[in-house]
Design a protein around this ligand. Structure first.
Ligand SMILES: Cc1cc2nc3c(=O)[nH]c(=O)nc-3n(C[C@H](O)[C@H](O)[C@H](O)COP(=O)(O)O)c2cc1C
Length: 250
């Protein structure tokens, strides 16, 4: 158990051993605000659009078998368009949306999200290609983010140094924290927990579809937030996704 701490944003906790000092950042205790704020969503600058196919339902193990089988896999081959479509269809698409007083819709997706707000966007970069694409969970399509090509080139090479996987598709989890903070005071930890929940769902989806998946410990910063001049976006994680064999590109 950690000692109970009450003050300060950054807390140094000395453990039993002299040399072990842990820094724990206190993100506060989230609570719904008495009156929710209105929030203006980030306005994306977009380019080309790529429609994805409706997800197929390949035979997959039952969820309890998946939980038993799931392993991080670090060998990647290029994904086929169908594999990528299936992954997004099952892990990320919006299944139901309804309006809120905060200026954006609340949603049901496969992953749970605090307040049904879903503040995390998924932006992808395919192997051997400098373009980055935003997954649009309402219409199930990808839309190019032209400015990200140069802004995120350093992120491509940085993630490559973390795990050498030239044939993997990079998934950047790009949060729009203002959505969650419109409803919750001290809501930053909710965004991080949403990122963890999403990674878990992605990992199980990849396992169910027979794909390779590996989360990375880096957040995507400082590149991720540079996309939004208004300071509305923040990187909350990266993951690698790929085909588990070299024969499936269609
Ligand atoms: C938040 C998080 C960050 C991770 N970062 C990395 C990473 O940077 N590089 C890597 O090879 N694996 C990374 N992993 C994968 C873990 O190393 C892996 O889950 C762990 O070794 C247990 O193996 P398993 O997933 O097969 O059970 C990460 C996992 C999580 C949840």
């Amino acid at each position: 158990m950690f000692p109970v701490v009450t003050a300060g944003d950054v807390i140094n906790i000395s453990g039993c051993f002299e040399r072990s000092v842990m820094t724990w950042i206190d993100l506060g205790n989230p609570a719904p605000k008495s009156e929710w704020d209105r929030y203006d969503l980030f306005q994306w600058e977009t380019g080309q659009l790529q429609r994805l196919t409706v997800g197929s339902s390949p035979p997959s193990p039952a969820i309890l078998d998946l939980l038993r089988q799931r392993r991080t896999k670090r060998q990647f081959w290029p994904l086929s368009d169908i594999e990528l479509s299936d992954f997004f269809w099952h892990a990320c698409r919006c299944r139901e949306a309804w309006p809120s007083e905060m200026g954006f819709d609340l949603e049901h997706r496969a992953a749970p999200s605090a307040g049904a707000i879903h503040p995390i966007h998924v932006v992808i970069n395919r192997p051997g290609n400098a373009q980055w694409w935003l997954y649009e969970p309402h219409g199930h399509f990808l839309v190019e983010l032209p400015t990200a090509t140069s802004l995120f080139s350093g992120l491509r090479s940085h993630s490559q140094t973390v795990l050498d996987a030239p044939d993997a598709t990079r998934l950047l989890l790009l949060a729009e924290p203002g959505k969650t903070l419109a409803k919750y005071s001290d809501g930053c930890s909710l965004v991080w927990r949403d990122a963890g929940a999403l990674l878990g769902v992605m990992a199980l989806t990849a396992e169910g579809l027979g794909l390779s998946f590996c989360p990375l410990g880096i957040t995507g910063e400082p590149w991720a937030s540079s996309l939004a001049k208004q300071g509305k976006l923040m990187g909350v994680g990266l993951a690698l996704l790929g085909s588990a064999s070299g024969t499936s590109v269609r």
